[in-house]
Ligand binder design. Sequence first.
Ligand code: SAM
Length: 349
Amino acid sequence: MRKLIDKLHSERILSKDEFVTLLDGFDSEDAQYLFSKSRAVADKIFGNRIYMRGLIEFTNYCKNDCYYCGIRKSNLCADRYRLGKDEILSCCAKGYELGFRTFVLQGGEDPWYTDDKLIDIISTIRNAYPDCAITLSIGEKTYEQYLEYYKAGANRFLLRHETADAEHYSRLHPQGLSAENRKRCLYDLKKIGYQVGAGFMVGSPYQTTENIADDLLFIKELMPHMIGIGPFIPHKDTPFAEFPEGKLELCLFLIGILRLMIPNALIPATTALGTIHANGRELGILAGANVVMPNLSPVRVRKKYSLYDNKICTGEEAAECVNCLQNRMKKINYELVIDRGDFKPLQEN
Ligand code: SAM
């Protein structure tokens, strides 16, 4: 295992078989060995600086029906909401005051937000906060739509590929959604000039080690600027309610692997990681992550943006979340910084 980790460190890639061997065979000492390397790689590039992104969950309406997701359209128990332009802007104002220089607009695929409405929201934020990055996470669109949002001032786009394997994809999504289109979106976004985030859930139903190895190879091929992975966590009102949650150890190990594969990638320690373990986000940072994404959504809607059960940080004001995270980072000798946290090319020495 150590030889494979050393090889990954020096070559930044392994073959599919080697990834499978490593993922199936590692123990906790191997994981510590990997983390000593992945953390050192992150520290060399980012120091002890952790970037924060302000997450604005602006709608939980969704036209899609992903089997894993709590806001899927068939979940009739979901209490639906939408934030208006003014509410979104006041989230940004609050965020700016708290030191955020990146706003992430995330939501279900909600046709109520027409392109005209979205472009109006994006360009208003762009004019009000010229020094901030605007990240969209609003699902699958056409090349032309992505281009219009980019021209309006959006800089980044988060779109997890979910799983690179077409067959596995079809077990997680109903007909009409495909791995092929998801990947097409990611390549379109990159071509337009967005900083792009891909990623997948760890421990999603039916996921095999081979699937994960394919996800890693797909990520290496795409070379995204951001990589979001987190555990699958069941939601009680979905078809996957009875499946077990993803394993913390595997999530952390994958963060370490991804850091060695793409040293300068922006990798969040996700809220889902913090949900399955009280110190999940700290452990994510110590495994090689360098981003956290506190919630800027109004407290009244937080519980309603319920992708999975028991989501953390749904009761606190944004300021409390930032304070709490800053303290958590300090305890492990890191600090949240006021910075856009853009992707930067690697300075090889
Ligand atoms: N609609 C946009 C999209 O499709 O990218 C953004 C919102 S979507 C809810 C954001 C991410 O939540 C998905 O990419 C998925 O990986 C994650 N997610 C959904 N349900 C989840 C669950 N049960 N456990 C963990 N993550 C989940």
